[in-house]
Design a binder for this molecule. Structure first.
Ligand code: PRP
Ligand code: ZN
Length: 286
C-alpha cells in the first residue's frame, strides 16, 4: 500500500465547514462527511480525522495525525511541538478579556485580584505576568461565557469572532490578547514520501488561496490609450492584448489583486477603458 497522510480537522465548530471546504476546493474528495471519525479521500492520498480542535495539537505532535487545521490560538495554548506550515486566511478571531457590561472598566490593572474563567490558561497567565497583573485564573473547558453570570468568575478570557456570544451573555470585550486565524500544522517527523504529499497539498491550497485574492479582468480600449492602461495593469507577466473587430480598438486581459482592485478600476476608467468585465478565478498557479 502506498503512503497516505492523515489530516485532523475540527469535528464541529467555527472552522469545521471551511476546513472541509478547502480540501474540496483542492479537488480532494472526502466521502461520508463527519458522521465517522475517519474518512478517506478517494482521489488523493489523504485521510481525514474529525476531532475536537483542542485535541488536534497532541494528535499531530504524537504523529497519530500528520497534519491538522485549527486556530492558531489553540496551537499556541497547547505548547505542542508542532510546526505551522501554512496560514489559511480564514477563521479570524481574537482571544480577549471580557467583563460584564455594567463594570466600569479602566485598564488592565482592573484584573488584579479578580477571578478570570478561561480555556486558555497558558496564554492568559503569560499575558497577565507580562503586564504585572495578579489574578485568579480558573480553567474551564467550555461555555466560558456564562461564568460571570453564575458567579463563577468576574471576567472571562475567550475567543471572540463576531462578538455575538459576548453580546448575548451581557459581556464586553475590553482587552485583546492575541489575534488568530486558521492555520495548517504538521508533525515534525513526516518522512520523505509524506513530505511529497504535503507539498502537493500545499501547492493546491496555494492555488486556491491565490485565486481567491485575485480577479480576472477583461476590458476594451482605443489603441492610443493602451500604453496608459497597461501601465496600471500589472498582470501575471504582462497583459494579453488582442485586436477587436472594430478598427483601432483592442481587448486587454489581465489579473488584478483584490487589495488594489477598486483603485485600479478607477485608474482604468480614467484612462479610457470601457466594457470592463471582472471574473472570479477558480485556481491560480503562479
Ligand atoms: C469560540 C468561543 C465562543 C465563540 C465566539 O468558540 O468559545 O463560543 O467562538 O464566537 P462569536 O464571537 O462569533 O460569537 P470556538 O469556535 O473557538 O470553539 P470551541 O468550542 O472549541 O471553543
Ligand atoms: Zn475548542
Amino acid at each position: 500500500m502506498s503512503k497516505r497522510l492523515k489530516i485532523a480537522i475540527q469535528k464541529s465548530g467555527r472552522l469545521s465547514e471551511v476546513s472541509l471546504g478547502i480540501l474540496k476546493e483542492c479537488g480532494i474528495d472526502v466521502k461520508n462527511g463527519k458522521s465517522a471519525l475517519l474518512a478517506s479521500a478517494s482521489n488523493f492520498p489523504l485521510d481525514v480525522l474529525f476531532l475536537r480542535d483542542d485535541d488536534i495539537p497532541e494528535y499531530v505532535a504524537d504523529g497519530i495525525a500528520d497534519l491538522g487545521i485549527l486556530g492558531e490560538n489553540v496551537v499556541v495554548e497547547s505548547r505542542a511541538k508542532i510546526d505551522i506550515v501554512k496560514r489559511l486566511d480564514f477563521g479570524r478571531c481574537r482571544l480577549s478579556l471580557a467583563v460584564p457590561k455594567s463594570v466600569a472598566y479602566t485598564n488592565i490593572t482592573y484584573f488584579n485580584g479578580k477571578k478570570i474563567a478561561t480555556s486558555y490558561p497558558n496564554i492568559l497567565n503569560d499575558y497577565l505576568a507580562e503586564n504585572n497583573v495578579t489574578s485568579e485564573v480558573h480553567e474551564i473547558s467550555g461555555s466560558v461565557e456564562i461564568a460571570p453570570n453564575i458567579g463563577l468568575a468576574d471576567a472571562i478570557c475567550d475567543i471572540v469572532s463576531s462578538g455575538s456570544t459576548l453580546l448575548s451573555n451581557g459581556l464586553r470585550e475590553v482587552q485583546v490578547i492575541m489575534k488568530s486565524e486558521a492555520v495548517m500544522v504538521a508533525n515534525r517527523y513526516i518522512d520523505a514520501e509524506g513530505c511529497q504529499i504535503l507539498d502537493k497539498l500545499l501547492f493546491r491550497i496555494n492555488a486556491v488561496m491565490t485565486a481567491k485574492s485575485n480577479k480576472y479582468i477583461v476590458l476594451n480600449a482605443p489603441n492610443d490609450a493602451l500604453e496608459d492602461i497597461i501601465r496600471v495593469l500589472p498582470g501575471m507577466k504582462s497583459p494579453t492584448v488582442v485586436p477587436l473587430a472594430t478598427k483601432g480598438w483592442s481587448a486587454v486581459h489581465s489579473v488584478l489583486n483584490e487589495e488594489t482592485f477598486w483603485d485600479v478600476i478607477d485608474d482604468l476608467k480614467a484612462n479610457g477603458a470601457q466594457g470592463i468585465l471582472v471574473v472570479p478565478i477558480e485556481k491560480m498557479i503562479v
